[in-house]
Design a protein around this ligand. Structure first.
Ligand SMILES: Cc1cc2nc3c(=O)[nH]c(=O)nc-3n(C[C@H](O)[C@H](O)[C@H](O)COP(=O)(O)OP(=O)(O)OC[C@H]3O[C@@H](n4cnc5c(N)ncnc54)[C@H](O)[C@@H]3O)c2cc1C
Length: 502
């Protein structure tokens, strides 16, 4: 490492800023880094983002935080998948679960692939993904995904949490790791003659200088987009949603470990169970519906038309910056991009960006030697997530509004997604195509197959023919029995959450 102490300034104290601070402070512990996080007392955090994917567990492990320490404090619950409702009108396929995978699934997944492949070829076999994965059964029975010692299998799971409380919790952990905190609003960003960031000026009259600047300033992208002028590649042509209306509702007596995503007329609504409330939001496109009408539809959906519960409205832009690491600045979080919240991938992108950056920066002996590889890798991940999410909309069979008709007939999809869909429609195995298109870097083959089969992208029932003995080689009752018995190993969701509080 170079001789002088490296100074890092992180601009922004949202979840992205605090995840960054924790990862840097952990990985660069004893390496002589001086890390300061600056947060405006006047500009708030976005305050949504309450669902995660499984890697968040890895993040907590890396920074040394136990579930019993953070989950009760953030009203967190477990999540083993997302239930999609009403995205498809196909009989038998109006609902399905996108499961997080569990090790025992390796015994049932071959049956899923076999059956669904032959059903696409016209054989009448059970091809709905909900029959084949342990996560779906855990949702059905409201079980927590924590394995007892005598069931030694890995179960991937994520979480739901209060994002404001999580930010506060992570701030305390980071400060214990030596991260300094400054409450100040950055008003000016000065560049040097090489175009690097030279310093930040604050409204409070301070000058902040660093070797490395992290832009976690949210959608404004104050450093990466405004100061360094890194272009933003919008994906609004393929993802129409740009607005959300959000409010909380009372928690029910018991709740399953899943996010529910229900398609409405101009978008979709999430329901996220926390221990003290449900988080709800309607994500829609302002091109097709105005804010008032969307809020009315959402209230109606929740049975709250006459309630005075206050709603919060948000606007967002979808896409990503062309470079996540430019000059001496790393963009993390909403400043680097956002691919709408359908699969709750944003925090995972934060974690991946920072982890890969640290790796690249270390490997290059704290220089920008591996900047291009890093940028290509992170952009590839964004684009793979984008394609998976666009696919949800493109294959819809809904036609009850201009919004769904426009989505279902949208030709402005990427060549990579087009290749996957053509391969699927031609009845091919899409595994190789996913590899060729580098689309399995985020969502694996099984997720793509759940998405397409779960929405019923099969020949119509009346065209299916009975299968012979070979086609029927997997007995559904054996699969159900195997999953039922695996599920016997888990405690109820509520009971497990209660244990964390003791
Ligand atoms: C509708 C919606 C739903 C979402 N759902 C999910 C989900 O389920 N799962 C998920 O993973 N993600 C989700 N996200 C994304 C998630 O909310 C964000 O990725 C996450 O909250 C991180 O945000 P951030 O820290 O980048 O930005 P913000 O929370 O906006 O924080 C920005 C920070 O920068 C500071 N700041 C800005 N300008 C200045 C300045 N000039 N000087 C000083 N400080 C400044 C602010 O004070 C603030 O602290 C969702 C997003 C939206 C819009």
């Amino acid at each position: 490492m170079n001789d002088h102490k490296k100074r890092v300034v992180i601009l922004g104290g949202g979840t992205a800023g605090w995840i960054t601070a924790n990862l840097m402070a952990t990985h660069w512990k004893d390496k002589g880094f001086d890390i300061t996080l600056v947060e405006s007392p006047d500009i708030g955090i976005i305050g949504v983002g309450e669902g995660s994917t499984p890697p968040l567990k890895g993040f907590m492990d890396v920074i040394g935080v136990k579930e019993s320490e953070w989950m009760p404090e953030c009203n967190a619950t477990y999540k083993v998948g997302i239930t999609f409702k009403d995205w498809s009108t196909k009989p038998g396929f109006t609902e399905y679960v996108h499961p997080f995978l569990a090790q025992p699934d390796q015994f049932t997944a071959p049956a899923f692939f076999h059956n669904s492949f032959l059903r696409r070829k016209g054989v009448d076999l059970e091809g709905h993904p909900d029959h084949f994965f342990l996560a779906t059964e855990m949702i059905r029975q409201k079980l927590a995904p924590v394995t007892p010692e005598n069931f030694p299998f890995e179960i991937a799971y994520g979480y739901h949490f209060d994002s404001g409380l999580l930010g506060k919790f992570l701030a305390r952990v980071a400060e214990k790791k030596g991260v300094k905190y400054k409450s100040a609003t950055v008003t000016d960003v000065l560049l040097d003659t090489q175009g690097n960031i030279d310093c930040l000026k604050t409204a409070e009259g301070e000058t902040l200088k660093a070797d490395l600047y992290v832009d976690s300033s949210g959608f404004r992208g104050q450093l990466i987009q405004q100061a360094l002028k890194v272009p933003f590649q919008s994906c609004a042509e393929s993802l129409f949603n740009d607005s959300a209306v959000v409010f909380a509702t009372e928690q029910e007596e018991s709740y399953a470990p899943h996010t529910i995503s229900t398609a409405l007329k101009y978008g979709w609504a999430w329901k996220i169970p926390l221990t003290n409330r449900n988080g709800n939001g309607y994500v829609y496109s302002s091109r097709f519906v105005d804010d008032d009408k969307a809020e009315t539809e959402f209230r109606q959906h929740l049975g709250l038309l006459d309630s005075d519960v206050e709603a919060r409205r948000l606007k967002f832009k979808v896409g990503r910056v062309e470079q996540h690491w430019a000059k001496n600045c790393l963009a993390v979080g909403l400043s680097q991009g956002f691919i709408e919240p359908l699969e709750a991938t944003a925090l995972d992108m934060v974690q991946e960006t920072v982890t890969r950056f640290i790796e690249a920066y270390n490997n290059g002996n704290y220089t920008d030697k591996y900047r291009k590889e890093f940028n290509d890798r992170i952009s590839g991940r964004f684009d793979a997530v984008r394609d998976y999410i666009v696919c949800h909309y493109r294959i819809t069979s809904r036609s009850d509004s201009d919004y769904w008709i426009a989505n279902g007939s949208n030709e402005k999809i990427s060549p990579s997604l087009r290749a996957i869909l053509m391969s699927w429609m031609a009845g091919k195995n899409i595994t190789d195509e996913l590899l060729d298109q580098k689309l399995d870097v985020y969502f694996p083959n099984v997720s793509w197959n759940c998405l397409l089969t779960g929405k019923g992208i099969y020949p119509p029932q009346e065209q299916l023919r009975p299968g012979n003995e070979l086609a029927n080689k997997y007995k559904m009752e054996d699969i159900h029995e195997f999953i039922r018995r695996c599920a016997l190993n888990f405690k109820s969701h509520q009971e497990q959450l209660q244990l964390l509080r003791q």
